[in-house]
Design a protein around this ligand. Structure first.
Ligand code: NHW
Length: 406
């Protein structure tokens, strides 16, 4: 995501008016909880009117034509890196996976069309998630794919879209929001950094993603990132439907080690982790089975990025959720977890390479600091800030933030 700082655009004229924590109040000792209480009956029944020539629509993502319109808007206008070399290319399979998770409703797939041409020019979406922050779990609207056509930028349409997704959530009795962005807004609850691990160094170099380090040679880099053909962990296999309950149980215990995490129901785990066999693969999930018991789990998904200069794409793997019994022993055994995670992530790299993905991304969160260096990930220049809407929480440390570490 872009590292551009939204602060440069003004003094947060919009965000000042929203129930989010302000900069400068970081130190204050406060209890975690909502910032503003409202009642459903006080929420506007109608959306705020748009400027003349534009109208609100909801988008039918089941319809191939309509999802293609969202695809094209995002493909041309969504997040780019600072140098405008790459732009996310969210293919329809990924968009459906991301926006049609259990509990999704069409009214949260909010678009703006030009009245005359019918062209889709802006979009925002949300899905419901159960999020736990320390010892409190609540429903929140996870907002994503906010996008305004390049020709309509800087006209304060984004705040109108944000207010609309807030209104729709509020009418459903949902008062909290969750979102991530590369830009700095008031005020992140946590911040992490992107790390990248080359799988196909030659391609990454050719498109300008990976520079050749001073004094190195291309063949050294290729050798540095070489991986074995086959995985090493005994009992590793693809996750299947029959594993859902075991994975949910293991994840719940493992994610319990962190201050902020989603609380997955079985149906959600099925959606997020099991690949759909009838369409292009988006998600890869593996378990380790030892004597009939699921001891480990990891998953990664693929989102392409367009290489703007040459019409090609990079196939980018993103490390998703993982869990291991090795992190759950009493007392906590950090060296054991480190060894185990390195073995698992090395296998994940092998599997991602086999799936023809070009680079493997991970963030500096969860227990990732235990393997990033050893697995030859390098720090990127992008940051990802995590935000909660209408919820004050004392900051959650970036980096490894398990309770029993560091
Ligand atoms: S982050 C990706 C966002 N999308 C992109 O970066 C795509 C490329 N850029 C664009 O399309 C993942 C436009 O530049 C956008 C802004 C649309 C970003 N989040 O219309 P104006 C997400 O989708 C503020 C929030 O003139 P624009 C998460 C900015 O600070 N706010 O700008 C989305 C300023 O406010 P300020 C952002 O360039 C989470 C105002 O927008 C933002 O034409 C949404 C300027 O508006 C961002 N990424 O359009 C929040 N970027 O106060 C959900 C800029 O500074 C909140 N701004 O004056 C929760 C709601 C649910 C609650 C439920 C109870």
């Amino acid at each position: 995501a872009s590292g551009k700082n939204a602060k440069d655009m003004g003094a947060y004229k919009f965000w000042q008016t929203q129930p989010v924590p302000k900069f400068g109040e970081e130190g204050a000792k406060v209890e975690d909880g909502p910032l503003k209480m409202q009642k459903v009956e006080d929420i506007d029944k109608e959306p705020q009117p748009l400027v003349a020539g534009f109208e609100w629509v909801t988008v039918d993502l089941m319809d191939d034509g309509e999802i293609k319109e969202v695809y094209e808007l995002l493909n041309g206008h969504y997040v780019e890196d600072d140098e405008a070399m790459f732009r996310f290319n969210y293919i329809p399979e990924v968009l459906r996976w991301a926006m049609m998770a259990p509990g999704w409703q069409r009214k949260y797939h909010i678009g703006v069309r030009a009245s005359q041409s019918r062209k889709l020019v802006a979009f925002i979406s949300a899905i419901p998630v159960q999020i736990r922050v320390r010892d409190k779990t609540f429903t929140s609207s996870e907002v994503n794919f906010l996008c305004v056509h390049k020709k309509l930028r800087g006209k304060r349409l984004a705040p109108v879209l944000i207010k609309e997704v807030t209104r729709i959530s509020n009418l459903d009795g949902v008062w909290q929001g969750l979102y991530t962005a590369g830009v700095v807004l008031p005020r992140p609850v946590s911040t992490s950094r992107y790390y990248h691990r080359a799988l196909n160094w030659k391609k990454l170099h050719a498109c300008g993603f990976s520079p050749l380090p001073a004094g190195s040679k291309p063949e050294y880099q290729v050798r540095k990132y070489a991986l074995p053909e086959t995985t090493a962990t005994k009992g590793l296999r693809e996750m299947q439907d029959k594993d859902v309950d075991a994975v949910v149980g293991l994840l719940k215990r493992y994610l319990g080690r962190y201050d902020m995490a989603p609380d997955f129901a079985a149906e959600e785990a099925r959606h997020w982790f099991l690949p759909k066999k009838d369409s292009k693969q988006v998600i890869w999930s593996y378990v380790v089975e030892d004597n009939g018991k699921i001891t480990d789990f990891f998953s990664f998904f693929c989102v392409e990025s367009s290489i703007i200069k040459n019409n090609d794409v990079l196939r980018v793997a993103y490390l998703f959720y993982y869990a291991s019994e090795a992190g759950l022993s009493e007392p906590f055994d950090k060296p054991a977890l480190k060894t185990r995670l390195n073995a698992l992530i090395n296998d994940a790299l092998i599997l991602a390479k086999r799936a023809k993905l070009d680079v493997f991304n991970a963030l500096s969160l969860m227990d990732n600091a235990l393997f990033l260096e050893q697995q030859k990930f390098g720090a990127g220049d992008g940051q990802l800030h995590y935000y909660l809407f209408n919820y004050r929480a004392s900051p959650i440390s970036g980096g490894v933030n398990a309770k029993n570490q560091l």
